[in-house]
Write a protein that binds this ligand. Sequence first.
Ligand code: TLP
Length: 344
Amino acid sequence: MNIIDLRSDTVTKPTEEMREAMRRAEVGDDVYLEDPTVNHLQELAAAMLGKEAALFVPSGTMGNQVCLRLHTQIGQEVITEERSHIFNYEMGAMAAVSGVLARPVRGEDGILDWPMIEAAIRPRSAYYVAQTGLVTLENSHNMAGGAVMPLARLEEICEQSHALGLPVHLDGARIFNAATALGCEAKDLARPVDSLMFCLSKGLGAPIGSLIAGTREFIDRALAVRRMFGGSMRQVGVIAAAGIIALEKMTGRLAEDHANAQGLARGLAAIPGVQIDPEKVPTNILVFDISQTGVGTAELSAKLKALGVLANGISPREMRMVTHKDVSREDCETALRIIKTVLN
Ligand code: TLP
């Protein structure tokens, strides 16, 4: 049976070109900063994001947490969108490893604006009130159906935060999807923020890895924190090589995944009881409510799986589907037919 895996864009397999580049990669000990392939990947990433420097980390979670550790002081609060990855899927790491507390704020369709953030900032005037140390944003926003924050909104939030002395970190796990949807370059979205993390291992198809980017001084300090978190690696040119292909060859094809997600969204919207607004599917992630179909998400997942379609619920009411390079338009049409059959 041909399995159509819509659980996440993390399920993508490395391309043949990546595998070949991995085989040929020149390597060295990256703890001595001597791996030429890692150094090349970091320089390429910094240039594409328009930042002074970048650092290769094993996972997006580690990348986010290294940045949070660097930006904050113990006992501070971190403003973050209520459904953000940093708050919900990183095992409370900000508390466990940086001693800071999340101050979650609900955005409209996952997207924050300055008044929402401003209202959550703690007053500086009282020494006995926990202080706000950092603002984090997520673009595109995973659990809010791949929502994108427009550039003007991002710029305003950064400008206002900076005016109050607050740094801004961007969880840009899917920054290239956001840039594709907005018709801008990733560096436009990276410019206003102090640090960002993006993933090679999601829609870009690499088997592993993320990068953080910021000023040279920030990245120099990040080296020590990555080491503290157990994330400094040795001959990792073998995986950085796939990351270089991801950046050079895979960022340009994301519109295809977005078009497939649109097709799926329109088809799903036509199924009685399924709630999704295709206008609110700008990238490759669909979150849709099936509570009115009378079928629960666990039941739907199980039935779809038996028919070769993989997709998970993110709550008892909501399913998530993610398009990526390893599902074609035909696969999406097939998946839609199967979902219709199951729900009717
Ligand atoms: N997201 C995964 C799951 O953890 C939910 C997925 O399947 O989408 N930031 C964002 C916005 C993410 O979506 C993810 C992974 C991460 C950070 C963490 O990346 P990794 O898994 O490399 O630690």
